[in-house]
Design a protein around this ligand. Structure first.
Ligand SMILES: [Zn+2]
Length: 540
């Protein structure tokens, strides 16, 4: 146990030491004393954690598991600048096979052989001597007390520099490996256990659809984007035209939208919740029904179509399907499908709906720019920016190649959205429709040495938290909602956030409920209340 703890301190915590010692002079003895203190502290903490849970039978499998997990964690922290916090771990635990397969690479394999394989062989050779239980218990007790006293004494001695480190860079604690794995696993399991114990809290039980007496069907298609960032979005001012199809359409772009989280696991439930980032409470969001449950109760026909890793609870119990199960011809390969598959059958569905009336909300969950293999997200016709990175491992590509592949994936997203609008437009004579696209979070493409996403929100760069948002309305939808597009265009130029989605959708579909906060409805000031025509103020 002691050897394993020592190995971890020295082998997989380079990033933690780097971050913790940032800004300190390397020549100063105080820096070295602080580093040594931190090392001993890490050793003590890991030893203590292990000693608490391990016994003669469990110690080997436990250490083996942790060796493998921490070697892998160190690799991803090093390669992509990610932090192993509870949110990141939740993402990892929910990852599907197709996602995991893209992360494997030869570099990771070599790293695993060195940092997990070798120690595992050593571990294999360790013989555990059976001791009389009395002596074993005594030794364990003494070791625990010694380690505990040591850790406490060190904490006291180093309180001042440690406190300032934690105050300024709380996140560095998630770089301590493998304690970050143990802690984050525990946190996720505890939260899920609490969440699973009780059913979801109902949301907006008073919700009703205001009847506008219009027999034409209303369709809102919400598109949840993946890993698209504003910085590379043509419509929002990127130097490159990555949105050629959308920019030829009468769409409305929101260039200043902040995401709720920096990963799908956080952002997705949050985008369908009444309170998102402004008073973020993950437990409350996960424990409550979503916007879609509320709409379904109010009588809206709700459907979720997924081309990714599921709806994270947002569509539980509601009608749903996946692109992979539809298996549209020529678009799927090995369980992964191109996003055009999301539009499969949409045309026929709209034709059917046109004779039915009613209000319909379809959510399309894109694979979008899911990394690191951006080049797998688009068909060859969209490989326009060259040379593009065509390696599953980003470190084998130049920044230029990575950005090119990422931008090509955006070109394809633009094409899917353009096709969607064209399909809605083709039915606009019979169906009033709107499209609302918004990405779940952004992505780092090497800026500040960071890649991918998932940074703790407080220190996440804009690249990860600024997301594109685009809307389109059919003429029938504009007149039916009394929408003033010029007014909304002005509003679009101002800052907005995922927090606005819930209330904007309710406002647009004219759902009456006490949970609707008009202040968070982006269209609230730009719609003519339907009753206004009937109750025009009397002029003196
Ligand atoms: Zn995502």
């Amino acid at each position: 146990m002691a050897v394993a703890s020592l190995f971890w301190v020295l082998a997989v915590n380079g990033l933690f030491f780097g971050a913790a010692l940032q800004g300190r002079a390397l020549s100063s003895p105080a820096t070295w004393a602080f580093a040594a203190g931190l090392a001993v502290l890490l050793f003590g903490v890991h030893f203590l954690l292990l000693a608490l849970v391990a016994n003669r039978w469990t110690v080997k499998p436990l250490v083996a598991l942790l060796l493998v997990a921490s070697a892998a964690a160190a690799w991803f922290m090093q390669a992509y600048g990610v932090y192993v916090d509870p949110m990141m771990l939740r993402s990892v635990l929910r990852t599907d096979v197709a996602e995991a397969r893209e992360l494997w690479s030869w570099g990771l394999l070599a790293h695993m052989a060195l940092y997990a394989g070798l120690p595992l062989m050593l571990l294999w050779r360790v013989r555990i001597e059976p001791r009389p239980w009395r002596r074993a218990a005594l030794r364990r007790g003494v070791a625990l007390v010694l380690a505990g006293v040591g850790v406490v004494a060190l904490l006291a001695a180093m309180f001042q520099p440690l406190a300032s480190l934690m105050r300024n860079h709380r996140e560095v604690r998630y770089l301590v490996t493998p304690a970050n794995l143990l802690w984050s696993t525990g946190a996720v399991l505890a939260r899920d256990a609490r969440g699973a114990a009780q059913p979801r809290q109902p949301l907006g039980t008073d919700a009703t659809l205001a009847a506008d007496g219009n027999p034409r069907p209303r369709v809102l298609v919400m598109v949840v984007g993946e890993t698209a960032r504003t910085a590379n979005w043509g419509l929002s001012g990127y130097a490159r035209q990555t949105t050629p199809e959308l920019s030829r359409l009468p769409v409305l772009d929101f260039p200043q939208v902040r995401s709720c989280g920096t990963d799908t696991e956080t952002s997705l439930p949050c985008m369908f919740a009444p309170v998102g980032r402004r008073d973020h409470d993950e437990a409350r969001i996960r424990g409550s029904e979503s916007l879609l449950h509320l709409l379904a109760r109010a009588g809206v026909d709700v459907h979720w179509r997924d081309n990714q890793s599921g709806c994270k609870g947002v569509c539980d119990g509601l009608p749903q399907d996946t692109v992979a199960s539809l298996n549209p011809p020529g678009l799927c390969n090995g369980g992964r499908c191109l996003d055009e598959g999301l539009l499969a059958g949409l045309d026929e569905w709209l034709a059917r709906v046109s004779g039915q009336g009613g209000t319909h909300v379809w959510v399309l969950h894109m694979l979008g720019n899911h990394g690191p293999s951006y080049f797998r997200r688009y068909p060859p016709a969209f490989a326009r920016f060259q040379p593009a990175c065509e390696d599953d491992e980003l470190r084998n590509c130049s920044t230029e190649q990575i950005v090119n592949a990422y931008d090509n994936a955006l070109l394809y997203t633009d094409h899917v959205l353009g096709s969607l609008v064209a399909t809605l437009q083709a039915h606009a004579a019979q169906v009033d429709s709107a499209m609302l696209y918004v990405s779940d979070h952004g992505e780092s493409l090497g800026e500040k040495g960071l890649y991918l996403h998932g940074m703790p929100y407080a220190i996440a760069p804009d690249e990860q938290t600024r997301v594109p948002m685009v809307t389109w309305w059919s003429d029938g939808m504009v007149s039916r909602t009394g929408l003033d597009l010029a007014c909304l265009r002005q509003r679009a130029a101002e800052p907005a956030a995922h927090d606005h989605l819930f209330h904007t959708v309710l406002g647009l579909l004219d759902v009456r409920t006490e949970v609707l906060e008009p202040a968070w409805d982006l269209t609230a000031g730009c719609r003519t209340p339907r009753a206004a025509g009937m109750q025009a103020p009397a002029r003196p």
